[in-house]
Ligand binder design. Structure first.
Ligand code: PLP
Length: 383
């Protein structure tokens, strides 16, 4: 029997999924490790999917998705960001993760380097490694709530760097990029002739300021934007996301979907269309709920003197466990064992968070606050 591929063997496991597997065997455990809205997809979206099925929309679609959905995405971008995009620039994919995978494959050759934020969603590294590219971490500014640092970027760029990934609002820190950050990044990308993938899947969930979509500032067609439906519309299981790319890149990205997935699910695409044509009330209401939860969590942790990073967007909070003197994985396992609360170990997002835990507050209120009290109790006991 031949060996399993080196790529397959060497890709690190996702620390969030790992803790989830352990937690799933513990009865009554409270799950704050996974990043997904606890509510069911809004009714008008589900109804649209049922109607699409009944109307026989059960076939393959074009690689880049239904024209009607691509058209609605353009309308949405125009409405939300006053940003004019051609439908041909939109590539619809099964989840934003596939948009990231396919665009990275469209841009980067084996051995070329990809700059990835530290901390960041572990899938960026997995995707780069899966394609034989070389992920290089650049540190976000820990002392400044994980804001972007140009110095850190300059330190890591080399002749082999081809692509820079940025993410705002960010997972896991909830930091957001300002207009100045965006200008700086684009100047940096121009200076070193890099492509930029801007992951904006949390664009609708903001607690302060406004979301500035990076590609709108892009004057030399080097930015590819990634958006999704999972987080904004509670549609994680439907698997729909999309890339907005310069035309030649969009065409290659759509071609690359053929051997990967062919296309996103036809029924899910129709559901996504309904999400965009329907009311924005759900997103507005959920964002208010997340804001309230964030405030209550901050109050619980402050009262117990537990250091946390207050997020500006998305639905995660980082808890600093440095004072416990243990690595994040050990802390996460102990917390699960002693308090039956599952939190993501910061090590999975990079070295800047190796002494932190990430919790998701897209969780039902009662469970969330109970878990927060248990975390505070746990930290008090071990400090
Ligand atoms: N980008 C970031 C930063 C995420 O946190 C996630 C999901 O957790 C995704 C992309 C992927 O979203 P999707 O469900 O659309 O694949």
């Amino acid at each position: 029997m031949h060996n399993i591929s080196q790529v397959g063997l060497n890709i690190p496991r996702h620390g969030v999924r790992e803790i989830m597997t352990v937690a799933s065997k513990i009865e009554g455990a409270i799950h704050l490790e996974i990043g997904e809205p606890n509510v069911t997809t809004p009714i008008h979206i589900r109804e649209a999917a049922k109607a699409a099925m009944d109307a026989g929309m059960t076939h393959y679609t074009a690689n880049a998705g239904f024209d009607s959905l691509r058209e609605q995405i353009c309308q949405h971008l125009l409405r939300t960001y006053q940003w004019q995009v051609d439908p041909e620039q939109i590539v619809v994919t099964p989840g934003a993760v596939t948009a990231l995978n396919a665009t990275m494959l469209a841009l980067v050759n084996r051995g070329e380097e990809v700059l990835i934020p530290d901390p960041s969603w572990p899938n960026y590294e997995q995707i780069a490694l899966g394609q034989g590219a070389v992920p290089i971490r650049y540190e976000l500014d820990r002392a400044n709530d994980f804001a972007l640092s140009l110095e850190a970027l300059e330190e890591k760029v080399t002749q082999k760097t081809k692509l820079l990934i940025i993410n705002s609002p960010s997972n896991p820190a909830g930091s957001i990029m300002t207009g100045q950050d965006i200008q700086n990044v684009l100047e940096f990308a121009r200076k070193h002739d890099l492509y930029v993938i801007s992951d904006e899947v949390y664009d609708g969930i903001l607690f302060e300021g406004e979301h500035l979509t990076v590609k709108k500032f892009d004057q030399d067609d080097r930015v590819i934007s990634i958006f999704g439906f999972s987080k904004n519309y509670a549609m994680t299981g439907w698997r729909v996301g999309y890339a907005v790319a310069p035309l030649p890149i969009a065409e290659v990205t759509a071609k690359l979907l053929e051997p990967m997935v062919s296309c996103a699910s036809s029924v899910s695409q129709k559901a996504a269309e309904a999400a965009l044509t329907g009311s924005d009330q759900f997103l507005a209401e959920m964002t208010e709920i997340y804001r309230e939860r964030k405030e209550r969590l901050l109050a619980i942790f402050r009262q117990a003197n537990v250091p946390v990073i207050p997020p500006k967007g998305a639905f995660y909070m980082l808890i600093d466990c440095t004072e416990l003197g243990l690595g994040a994985e050990e802390v996460a396992l102990k917390l699960l064992e002693e308090e039956q609360v599952a939190a993501a170990p910061g090590t999975t997002f990079g070295s800047t968070t190796e002494r932190m835990l990430r919790i998701s507050f897209a969780t039902e209120d009662g469970e969330l606050y109970e878990a927060a009290r248990r975390i505070a109790r746990f930290i008090e006991r071990h400090r």
